[in-house]
Design a protein around this ligand. Structure first.
Ligand SMILES: [Zn+2]
Ligand SMILES: [Zn+2]
Length: 230
């Protein structure tokens, strides 16, 4: 479902990218240096996309599907929402196109970044030594999927963990990770998993008597965490 929605949305989004490229700020030549710069810039944008996906409920409604897995293995990487195009994921790469990076290369680098992230969804690798300092690793990403209080909203990195270290969202793996959402879905029905958070969010949005400001806040403020034992 996710793959199909991505392909359909991609047809429309590629037109937006190409037309914005016509208004680019710079003509950036394609060479090894600019390609490395693009890798770095895209990973930086990914960090903010991922951080926003956890802190803005409209985006969390899509991203929560990935976090609904209570296991951690390669199949978790494929547990993704078909609602990502509506949750604005594609918006975060627009600045790269507007600066002047070739849109085809931007899309390739996005796919490369996401493909690398497949490998961090495993419990088979404990630590990778000094690599842990620079790169997102299985250990760092296990923390990201934890529902333990200290692991919530940590380690947003795509490929480089340096963004979390720089912006104060890094947490090392210490306590055994409990995977999944703090508010479990208790269903394997893909439609239930896809739309549960959208349903809850729209339920809060349509509560009678709210002001416009309060309704807007439901959509753009952070999702509430849920700890039944607390
Ligand atoms: Zn996440
Ligand atoms: Zn993940």
């Amino acid at each position: 479902m996710h793959q199909v929605s991505d392909i359909v949305a991609g047809i429309f989004i590629s037109k937006i990218y190409l037309s914005l490229f016509g208004f680019r700020l710079f003509d950036i030549p394609v060479n090894v240096t600019t390609f490395l710069l693009l890798l770095l810039a895209q990973d930086f944008c990914y960090y903010f996309l991922h951080r926003c996906s956890h802190r803005i409920r409209w985006m969390w409604a899509a991203h929560s599907v990935h976090h609904s897995s209570e296991n951690m293995n390669f199949s978790t990487a494929f547990r993704q929402s078909l609602m990502y195009p509506l949750a604005d994921m594609w918006l975060f790469w627009l600045p790269l196109v507007f600066i002047g990076f070739n849109p085809v290369l931007v899309v390739l680098v996005v796919l490369f970044n996401l493909a690398l992230q497949f490998f961090v969804h495993t419990q088979a690798i404990k630590t990778l030594g000094p690599i842990e300092w620079l790169f997102n690793t299985p250990s760092h990403h296990r923390v990201h999927h934890g529902q333990n209080v200290q692991y919530i909203d940590k380690n947003y990195a795509g490929v480089l963990i340096i963004w979390d270290r720089l912006f104060g969202s890094f947490e090392a793996e210490d306590e055994t990770v409990r995977y999944g959402l703090t508010k479990p879905i208790n269903s394997f029905n893909p439609l239930t998993v896809t739309f549960r958070e959208w349903r809850d969010m729209l339920g809060d949005f349509f509560v009678p008597g709210l002001s416009f400001r309060q309704r807007l806040a439901v959509l753009i403020t952070a999702p509430k965490q849920y700890f039944p034992s607390k």
